[in-house]
Structures are given as C-alpha cells and as structure tokens.
Design a protein around this ligand. Structure first.
Ligand SMILES: [Zn+2]
Length: 420
C-alpha cells in the first residue's frame, strides 16, 4: 500500500470518527415535508444518528449544543428523491456521483446483475462508497431474446414458477418482467408470485394487455407507451396504429382502464422522459420528429387523465447506458409530470412519498418527519413555485451526512466516503 493511501485512510477514519454521533441541525429553512402539508417556513430539522429526530419552528426548537448548525435562511428542504426506474448495472458505478449530486438518494433498480448490485449496496451501507439506497429486482425475467444480458430466460409456465422460487431464494426485493415473456408463462409467474408474496413490476409482455396484467396483480406497470402497444394486441382490438391506440386510450376505453388500475391498486411509472429524450427527440429530421412529437404530447395527456382518475403514479427516468443521464433526467421527469397536470407538490410526492408508500416504507423514507432516515435535499429556490427549482441544489443530506454541492462534484465524491 502506498504511503499516501495509508495517510488518506487515516485522515478519513479520523474525520469519520469526528462526525460520528454528531447532531446536525438545519435552521431557518422552509420545510416541504411531502406529506401534503403546506410548506413550513422558518423551520429547524435536527438530525441525529442518521435519522430525523426533530422538526419544528426555529423559534421553538433549540439546536443541540455540540452539533453542527447550518443556517439555511431563504432555502427550501425537501426529502431525498427516488428514481423508481433505473438500471445501475448498465449505467455502472459512474452513476452514483450523478445520482447523489442531483438529490437522488434512492433507486429502484429494474433489472441488472444482482451480485454486482449487492456488492455496491453493501459498500454503500458500510460507508465505503457514497451512493443511493437500492431496491433491486436482480435479473429480468424475459423470454428468449438475442444480445441481452442479465436475463432469466423463461419459456414455459413451469419455468416461470421455478423462476419465482429461484429469485425468492436469492432474496430479490421484487421481480421485473420484460416484454418477450410468453403470455402463459407470464400468468403462471403472476400466480406463483402472489402465493410467494413477491411484487412484480412489468414491462408488458407482447400479447398481454394492460387490463390483464392489472387483473393478474402486477405491482407496477412501466412506461407510458406500453399502454398503447397493449391496445394494439388486446383481445377485440380495433386500433391498427399507435396513433389510433393513443386516441382510444384518451377516450372512454382509457377511462375504463384507469378505473381498473385504481380498483386493483396498480401503480404506474410512465417514464415520459425516456420516451421524450431517448426516442422522440433523437433525430435531426423534422419529418421523423413530427409524428413522434404528436404521440408524445398525447401520451402526456394520457398521464394527465390517469392522474385525474386517481391512478397512483411514480417518477422514474429509465436511466441506463443509453441517452438518459442518471440523476439529471429524474428532474426532467418531474417537469414532465407538471406538464401532465401534477401540481409541483404532487410531482415531488411522485419521487418521495409515493415511492415510500409503494415500497411499504413510509416509516423510513419519503417525508421529512421524525424517525425517517435523514435523506434530504436543500434547495436555493422554491420548487413549489417552479418545479425546475428542484435543480437548484445547494446541498444533499444522505443518511444524516451533509454534502454541500461543491463537495458533490463527481471528482471528489469518492473521497467523501468515510473509509475504514
Ligand atoms: Zn427500464
């Protein structure tokens, strides 16, 4: 080991020791706690041992004598954001600095290399690496497909049931189904997953309609465009083109479908930004762009109708190794949700409270309340006035550790981890 490595290890262990047990208080800040409560100006949030221990008016709360105090007068505090659709294996560990510096403190990993993700996860948990909390599916459950990795290839109902047991044995948090899974295998998988109490997130397999998937008990449907693809292959389909399918879903057929999602408790992660930036705008040819933009605008309208109908929606970017930028594109998704009629508060909730509700972890994540893990984003401007202000990040608090944005520059983030 080089001398400087040893020295830096020593320094980091010293600084980690010095920080341990120290309280942190953020004072005179406007708290947007994402419970649905109005913004609370002049508030103090006290953090001890990585958790929120006190929230109250700065006039009433006394800050701990030995703790660090951040005067955040004029600033705004929101819970850490969750990207509910990402692929860390494809994005690689290079995604971690980008996620954290953009205030993304949690990721639902929608398919990748389980062993590698678990290695990262334990390095993050033990403080060797700065990164988000990770909920992961492990390998995709998919039908036979060329040129793809991290798949559990399933052809028959029997193999589908076996896949549920294999994945459960590996301890995955949920199962991710992809689009080549044969319909009979899909329904068998859903049946087995229900018995084994494992949630299933679904990129609709070809031949399975959104209604059938919802009735089969999927936890979440992914990507807005799949609802239109499914209108082309559902039983009794009349739509022949994507344009016709979108129009059908914008009418009474869509309303009926959304009511079904509400009744079944099916969540939707539209990943509008992936469609917009990864596909619609990916051309220099106006002739190619025009029809795609028309469909995109109608899909935003679909999300508006879905939201109005009461369907539960979460924010996800589908960051991976193509077109999307981890962290950055979650903010683009929030803006698109506002374009789809969400209030800024509702858009924030789609990346905070809703993920916590979906994961059954409202006691741990998603709001600024006593007892929650101290994952927070300090903003220079009010996101309730303009959702683009979620990008005006001053600092990120991750598990109680305070990272001013300057120290979150990618180059120094590795050093920010407290090495043992
Ligand atoms: Zn994906």
């Amino acid at each position: 080991m080089h001398k400087w490595v040893l020295l830096s290890c020593l320094l980091w262990s010293l600084s980690a020791t010095a920080q341990k047990g120290d309280d942190l208080a953020i004072t005179h800040v406007t708290v947007i706690d994402c419970t649905g409560r109005a913004a609370q100006p002049n508030s103090t949030v006290v953090i001890s041992e990585g958790h929120i221990s006190l929230v109250g008016s700065s006039d009433a709360v006394t800050t701990p004598a030995d703790g660090r105090v951040i005067d955040a007068h004029g600033k705004f505090l929101i819970p850490g954001l969750w990207d509910m659709h990402g692929h860390l294996t494809d994005a690689t560990e290079d995604a971690f600095p980008l996620l954290i510096m953009n205030g993304v403190t949690g990721v639902r990993d929608m398919g990748g290399d389980l062993a590698q993700i678990d290695r990262w996860r334990s390095e993050i948990d033990s403080g060797l690496r700065v990164g988000p909390h990770i909920i992961r599916a492990g390998p995709f459950v998919d039908g036979p497909k060329q040129g793809v990795t991290n798949r559990l290839t399933v052809r028959t109902p029997q193999e589908a049931r076996q896949a549920v047991h294999d994945l459960k044995a590996k301890g995955v948090d949920f199962i991710k189904v992809h689009n080549a899974l044969p319909p009979e295998a899909f329904f068998a998988l859903m049946d087995e997953a229900r018995k084994e109490h494992i949630p299933v997130a679904v990129h609709l397999p070809q031949g399975v309609s959104s209604a059938e998937a919802s009735n089969a008990g999927v936890a979440s449907l992914e990507h807005i465009e799949t609802i239109n693809e499914s209108a082309l292959w559902r039983k009794g389909a009349t739509a022949k083109t994507v344009e016709q399918a979108v129009d059908e879903n914008l009418g009474p057929a869509g309303q009926e479908l959304f009511q079904l999602f509400v009744k079944n408790g099916t969540w939707y992660v539209p990943t509008l930004v992936a469609y917009e930036r990864g596909f619609v705008l990916w051309s220099n040819d106006p002739e190619a762009l025009k029809p795609r933009l028309d469909v995109h605008e109608k899909q935003i309208e679909l999300v508006r109708k879905m939201h109005k109908a009461g369907v539960q929606i979460m924010a996800g970017s589908d960051f991976s190794d193509w077109a999307m930028v981890p962290g950055v594109d979650l903010h683009n998704e929030l803006a698109l949700l506002v374009e789809a009629g969400f209030s800024p508060q509702e858009a924030l909730q789609a990346a905070t409270l809703n993920p916590a509700r979906f994961l059954g972890k409202t006691g741990t994540y998603g709001t600024i309340q006593v007892g929650r893990v101290a994952d927070l984003v300090l903003l220079d401007m009010n996101p309730l006035e303009d959702i683009s202000h979620t990008r005006k990040i001053n600092a990120v608090v991750l598990g109680g550790k305070f990272y001013p944005v300057a120290s979150l520059r990618a180059r120094t983030l590795h050093d920010a981890a407290s090495r043992p």
